[in-house]
Write a protein that binds this ligand. Structure first.
Ligand SMILES: Nc1ncnc2c1ncn2[C@@H]1O[C@H](COP(=O)(O)OP(=O)(O)O)[C@@H](O)[C@H]1O
Ligand SMILES: [Mg+2]
Length: 338
């Protein structure tokens, strides 16, 4: 096939972005370099040209076609994203991304390292707002309501749209406190604001909630006899399920996951995958994964981003994997590049 980028996705993803949302990561740019050339060129050349004219490094002149991204689904869209562009300084990380994400399902985001998957995910709860130098243009609506407008309560937004990161990041507190922390802080359940105003705390209600979230995160059986233990003593897979429990504790509608299993062994990974499938009955799950088998196993629909920050193909997961419409996507999926 045509020339490929010299790096391999699988070689590098495990160490990527330990906790990206608060840091600026000056190193990132250098490690991502092989994939970045087109972005740099296109930004230099002309920002205003049609995004579809930019193709990826080392690939043929395939032009992205609108119909490769058309995906008809039953049910309601949870997210409607239109013409989303993200710049980090002069770097054009996402180009004109438009996509609708159905509720109560699993949407996988795949693509080579540096193609903007994490950036896209962070747009869905305005986490990029925290990154210095990041500029977001375009529209993201949740249940029809624009989140990129003045007056949006970001705390409330991130409660509705929770996030689980690649490396489990529990607080250095007890298992119980990790799960109870959010509701207490947000003050919207029995144990929260009202209790504090009344000067008492309803421990029974708190404990019920902790149990419910740990059960939903498939962790209860393993930790119910040691809820006071420090969460950092749990295994990696348990810590990740604890982070999912913590995310569930504030009653979100959406769970964003950025490579949530890539630091885990195969058994812990399988548990997380089972859990994701269960969660999608009640929640909208959007997951970034570099593991294509994982995407194929757990997702209902798959969005493929390629270098340059373009959404190239989007559709039913079986269709994307078995009969991709884009040649570049086919090359990526069959391992010819990336
Ligand atoms: N915090 C940041 N500051 C500057 N550039 C960033 C930052 N995060 C990501 N980028 C750049 O944006 C592009 C997309 O990155 P990212 O969204 O992390 O891709 P992926 O998750 O697909 O690997 C890359 O070129 C990367 O270097
Ligand atoms: Mg990423």
């Amino acid at each position: 096939m045509s020339e490929t980028t010299p790096t391999s996705e699988t070689d590098r993803t495990t160490t990527e972005e330990p906790d990206r949302e608060t840091t600026e990561e000056p190193n990132q740019t250098t490690t991502e370099e092989p994939n970045q050339t087109t972005t740099a060129e296109s930004t230099e050349a002309d920002d205003s040209t049609n995004a579809t004219t930019h193709t990826t490094t080392g690939e043929a002149d395939e032009r992205v076609r609108e119909e490769w991204r058309e995906y008809e689904f039953a049910g309601k869209p949870k997210f409607a994203v239109e013409d989303l562009d993200v710049h980090y300084g002069d770097d054009h990380a996402l180009q004109g991304v438009s996509i609708e994400i159905p509720e109560n399902s699993v949407t996988a985001l795949i693509g080579p390292s540096g193609c903007g998957k994490s950036t896209f995910l962070r747009c869905l709860n305005r986490m990029n707002d925290r990154i210095k130098g990041a500029r977001v243009d375009g529209s993201v609506r949740i249940d029809g309501r624009e989140i990129y407008q003045d007056g949006v309560n970001l705390v409330e937004l991130r409660k509705r749209v929770g996030m689980v990161f690649q490396s489990p990041n529990p607080f250095p507190k007890s298992i119980r406190e990790n799960v109870a922390y959010g509701p207490a802080k947000h003050g919207d359940i029995e144990t929260g604001l009202l209790a504090r105003l009344l000067g008492r705390s309803d421990e029974a209600a708190r404990d019920r909630l902790v149990e419910e979230c740990l059960r939903d995160a498939a962790l209860w059986e393993e930790v119910n006899d040691r809820l006071e233990d420090n969460a950092l003593g749990l295994s990696g897979g348990q810590q990740q399920r604890l982070c999912i429990a913590r995310c569930l504790s504030v009653d979100p509608e959406v769970i964003l996951m950025d490579e949530p299993a890539s630091a885990l062994d195969p058994i812990a990974t399988a548990r997380i995958e089972d859990l994701i499938e269960q969660l999608s009955e009640e929640y909208t799950v959007v997951i970034v994964t570099h593991n294509m088998q994982q995407a194929a196993r757990i997702s209902d629909q798959t969005a493929v981003f390629l270098t340059g920050g373009e959404l190239v193909e989007y559709g039913d997961t079986d269709q994307v994997f078995e009969d991709p419409r884009s040649e570049r996507v086919e090359d990526y999926i069959t391992g010819k590049f990336g």
